[in-house]
Design a protein around this ligand. Structure first.
Ligand code: BES
Ligand code: MN
Ligand code: ZN
Length: 494
């Protein structure tokens, strides 16, 4: 992906394009700094509003080429709507529209003043973060040929200049987040005949080499030996070797317990013997969206180098039906020693995560664990595609994550946990069943994981609805990399 250069310069002598926020009265914001030819620009905008050529409604844009009386090659007007009614959502949609318009222009060196009109109660820093993240991220494009290599887009955009004092931390975080999201998207968009557990492992090893962190990979034989009976039961149906991918980033004090990120890495979910219906089954290549998120966050960590210790653990496998696959009713013993009756082989995510959660606690003694998984279709039914579900056993941890999700607009919505739901997992043949019926499917899935995280502060993110969009823009979104990076950056400050 092409790296955009973000700089700060109040003089604006070298620009070829100026982006200007305009409200629905045809007025430039008072918060703008004094720009070259400020009065001429103010007049131009007022005229265009008067003549009904630019309404200033949110999300509208008008690209003016060599406007008369102005010595800048291009001026991009961006509608921000009613001045004091701006929300994070409308601000971000205006920003997206601006980036989209410039994609098909000759703009290379762009002064961006959108950072000066954030929504009420939001800072210039907030706006700078989002501008940098969004402009860098708009350079992302997936094509089968360029998987992971990123053929450059036709866009000429090379430099964004903010006419203000340096907001370096916000720019760096925005840009690193965009790089992380692009990796996450690439991995989830990639078909499962390329993005195998081995490919995820190689990606982790390459990240480790590039940024200097430790990566270890566990193989099938070792994991069987160690007693990961639940993870290995899912993996036994496939010929593709499963992997447990472990990354360790040590930016903090040596003796500081790490924060652990655990991501579901099912590189293709057929459902196993409890086979899924055929419609849209192709989309189950993104069932490694949790794993891809962990790798995306590690990419961003490598770029940002915050003073914090983080481990990433990814159980990666296919879920396949075969002569050797697990069958409904089979009982397996997890690494924790608890036994599980597999009533539905399509509830495989929790079966691989439970062993990864136990392994993470035994190996790294983390201070907290956050797991992320495209775990339940029920989550899409409950919450749709705009927020990820968050559940867990520690309210301060959940609140902090929700807060990070609000500021990055990569949001979470909390669902409850409780004994009532836990009882749905009762089995007559083992310590628990792997399904709890249709009612509250996202909650019972989390309730299952809760049985493996009793001794640790834990939060679970169900990203089934947010990691991917279906329909005409079908593809991976890179969520929830942004909120996790924000969370980790906040933890450094805390
Ligand atoms: N990977 C799926 C969940 C999923 C479904 C993610 C649709 C994204 C879109 C998961 O492994 C699964 O199959 N879950 C089952 C659980 C059920 C058998 C209890 C489900 O949601 O139907
Ligand atoms: Mn499944
Ligand atoms: Zn799955």
């Amino acid at each position: 992906m092409k790296h955009i250069q973000f700089t700060f310069n109040t003089k604006l002598s070298t620009i070829d394009t100026l982006i200007l926020p305009v409200n629905d009265q045809g007025v430039l914001s008072d918060a703008l700094p004094k720009l070259p030819q400020h009065d001429a620009l103010t007049q131009l905008v007022a005229q265009l509003h008067e003549s009904d050529d630019f309404s200033g409604k949110t999300g509208t844009t008008l690209l003016l080429i060599q406007p008369s009386g102005i010595e800048i090659a291009r001026v991009l007007l961006v509608g921000m709507g009613e001045a004091d009614k701006l929300t994070p959502k409308s601000y971000l949609s205006a920003l997206k529209a601006a980036a989209k318009t410039l994609e098909h222009s000759g703009a290379m060196h762009v002064a961006n003043t959108l950072i000066f009109s954030p929504p009420p109660a939001h800072s210039i820093e907030w706006a700078t973060y989002h501008n940098s993240q969004l402009f860098q991220h708009s350079e992302y494009d997936y094509s089968h040929e360029s998987r992971g290599e990123h053929t450059p887009k036709a866009s000429k955009l090379a430099q964004i200049i903010y006419p203000c004092d340096p907001q370096r931390a916000a720019v760096q975080q925005g840009q690193a987040t965009a790089f992380g999201m692009a990796l996450t998207q690439d991995l989830a968009n990639m078909p499962s005949n390329f993005c195998t557990p081995s490919f995820l492992a190689e990606t982790a090893v390459e990240l480790g080499e590039q940024y200097g962190y430790d990566v270890t990979i566990l193989e099938r034989e070792e994991m069987i030996e160690m007693g990961m009976g639940s993870f290995m039961a899912v993996a036994q149906g496939g010929d593709t070797p499963p992997k447990m991918i472990c990354l360790s980033y040590t930016g903090g004090e040596k003796n500081q317990a790490p924060i652990a990120l655990v991501g579901k890495g099912v590189t293709f979910d057929t459902g196993g013997i409890s086979l899924k219906p055929g419609a849209a089954m192709d989309e189950m290549k993104y069932d490694m969206g949790g794993a891809a998120t962990v790798l995306g966050v590690f990419k961003a960590l490598g770029e940002l180098k915050p003073n914090i210790n983080v481990v990433g653990v990814i159980p990666a496998t296919e879920n396949m039906p075969s002569g050797n696959a697990i069958k409904p009713g089979d009982v397996v013993t997890s690494l924790s020693g608890q036994t599980i009756e597999v009533l539905n082989t399509d509830a495989e995510g929790r079966l691989i995560l439970c062993d990864a959660l136990t392994y993470t606690q035994q190996t790294y003694q983390p201070s907290k664990i956050i797991d992320m998984a495209t775990l339940t279709g029920a989550c899409i039914i409950a919450l749709g595609h705009h927020v990820s579900a968050i559940l867990g056993n520690n309210q301060p941890l959940i609140d902090t994550l929700i807060q990070a999700g609000e500021s990055t607009y990569d949001r979470f919505w909390q669902l409850p946990l409780g004994d009532e739901w836990d009882e749905q997992l009762k089995s007559n043949f083992a310590d628990m069943a792997n399904i709890g019926g249709r009612a509250g499917g996202t909650i019972t899935a989390a309730q299952f994981l809760a049985r493996f995280t009793k001794e640790i502060d834990w939060a679970h993110l169900d990203i089934a609805g947010t990691a991917w969009v279906s329909g005409k823009d079908k593809g991976a979104t890179g969520r929830p990399v942004a909120s996790l990076v924000q969370y980790l950056v906040n933890e450094v400050k805390a």
